[in-house]
Design a protein around this ligand. Structure first.
Ligand code: AMP
Ligand code: ZN
Length: 495
């Protein structure tokens, strides 16, 4: 049975069949990190989820333009709703220029992405690279009557927007009046018409370093504006998928929708996707709560939770064992189980290479394997259910083990065995993005080459061709490989 991809849309709050606007092209925008400190495992979970989503779309044959931004400027709001510039605060703390902070943590983020085997986005735009476009969008919003200038800053006018029959709050299910009651004594309040209005552009105070000229004086853009600008610039006024962590639904994504509709007069996103949080001891992992684990702490095991270091692929598997929309808790038991699970998946992949079809078909095995093969796509088509996919792959691995231990013979059709091989490997490596961390393929290749070299040397010696024999030994010595001639033959050792 062939199924079609369904995606849970956070805006309509239901699963919908995925129908891209312009197939086979798909536009995917994911909010990237704010580069003011090291990413923690919670951030890694979110980016891993979208990496898996990107990979599966590619697996299905879509040509995906994957845009994930770097937030390297912007007026941000902290957990208390106050305006802070995190990059500048950090630059004071570390005694570095703001752009040195940006560079340092962008490089660190990329290193982490590589470590966890994430594909690069196809476009990775920065907020500072799109100041002109942000000013343009703020001007358009003023012209359209959805924004106003006040004391060198520009604010989005939520009341004017809602008065024009739009619905600020529709994504997060919030009510404007209730929101208003919650906002008091916060940053920029006296400049705003209403407390709920949010900044599109902020006037820079004299000590503010990151500043750009604008029609309203020197300042810097509001955080929400960059994503509206960069998503529409690279994916169009309406595009397929917009993603981010659940904590970005409000205010960030709510504001993005308002800005896009206000400026472009069209609903920007077909499918809004939100990934759930990684918890630690039942609480959202976050730097400000002081309960975060950094990737380096995970690998070295240098963290009070950990009994030893765990590999990035173990954690990648642990994350993907939960559906992206469910909370996930990081526990020692979870890590230990994922470590074993990873080994099982990788062993089965290695065993698969040596399996042959026995020629004697057991019908119930044939049916069971075909079912397991079909399940992979079916569960992934159901809103990327990696949790069920991994359970199914474990089941496949168990069957592969049975065949392997049964003289490496599988009682299924040759074609089914071939499909099993490709499906299993496609889903383990291409879709889930796991890697075999004990990959011996280089070792195997070296082994083959060395046996060939040693055979040539043996023949040369038998023919008393000492020149060739010495040449081989010297060249290997240069490559730090030494040969040992013994009674049983010659062996090699890497120094
Ligand atoms: P930030 O740099 O704080 O904007 O976060 C980057 C991304 O990581 C956002 O999409 C957040 O939603 C996400 N994120 C932050 N904390 C967590 C967490 N504990 N679990 C999962 N995702 C998170
Ligand atoms: Zn964003």
């Amino acid at each position: 049975m062939s199924t079609r991809l369904q995606i849970y849309n956070s805006l309509t709050r239901q699963k919908e069949v995925f129908e891209p606007l312009n197939p086979p092209f798909v536009g995917l925008y994911v909010c990237g990190p704010t580069v003011y400190n090291d990413v923690h495992l919670g951030n890694v979970r979110t980016f891993t989820s979208f990496d898996m989503i990107y990979r599966y779309l590619v697996y299905l044959g879509y040509k995906v333009r994957y845009v994930r931004n770097i937030t390297d400027a912007g007026h941000l709001t902290n957990d208390r709703g106050e305006g802070v510039n995190r990059i500048e605060s950090q630059s004071q703390l570390e005694q570095l220029e703001p752009m040195e902070i940006v560079q340092k943590y962008t490089v660190g983020f990329h290193d982490v992405c590589r470590l966890f085997n994430m594909h690069r986005p196809t476009i990775e735009p920065t907020a500072t690279g799109h100041i002109v476009e942000q000013i343009e969008m703020a001007k358009t919003l003023i012209n359209n009557g959805y924004a106003y200038e006040s004391n060198g800053s520009v604010y989005f006018d939520v009341h004017a927007y809602n008065a024009a029959n739009h619905q600020y709050g529709k994504l997060s299910g919030r009510n404007v009046d209730e929101l208003m009651a919650g906002y008091r004594d916060l940053d920029g309040q006296d400049e705003k018409r209403h407390s709920i209005d949010f900044a599109l552009w902020k006037k820079a105070s004299p000590q503010h370093i990151m500043r750009w000229p604008s029609p309203w004086g020197e300042g810097f853009p509001g955080w929400h504006l960059e994503c509206s600008v960069m998503s529409t610039k690279y994916l169009g006024k309406t595009f397929d998928i917009h993603g981010g962590g659940m904590d970005l639904k409000f205010p960030h994504h709510e504001c993005e929708i308002a800005q896009n509709i206000g400026a472009c007069e069209t609903e920007p996103v077909r499918y809004w996707m939100h990934t759930n949080m990684l918890n630690f001891n039942g609480q959202k992992m976050s730097k400000s709560l002081g309960n975060s684990i950094l990737p380096l702490e995970l690998i070295t095991g240098n963290h009070p939770l950990l009994d030893k270091g765990y590999s990035p692929m173990t954690v990648r598997l642990l994350f993907l064992q939960s559906h992206y929309s469910s909370e996930s808790d990081i526990t020692l038991k979870g890590l230990q189980d994922a470590e074993k699970g990873l080994r099982k998946l990788m062993n089965a992949s290695n065993y698969l290479t040596s399996l042959v079809a026995s020629g004697e078909i057991q019908e119930e095995k044939e049916t069971a394997i075909q079912q397991l093969i079909g399940n992979c796509k079916e569960v992934m088509d159901d809103d990327f259910n990696t949790s069920k996919l991994i359970a199914n792959l474990y089941e496949m691995a168990s069957q592969i083990n049975i065949f392997y231990n049964d003289g490496k013979k599988s009682p299924i059709h040759h074609e089914t065995l071939e499909t099993l091989r490709t499906t299993y490997n496609d889903f383990v490596f291409d879709v889930l993005g796991l890697l075999d961390e004990n990959d011996n393929s280089n070792k195997e290749t070296l082994d083959k080459v060395m046996h060939l070299v040693m055979d040539i040397r043996k023949s040369a010696r038998e023919n008393k061709d000492w020149g060739t024999s010495d040449k081989i030994r010297d060249a290997l010595k240069d490559a730090k490989i030494s040969l040992k001639d013994g009674k049983e033959g010659t062996t090699y050792e890497i120094e």
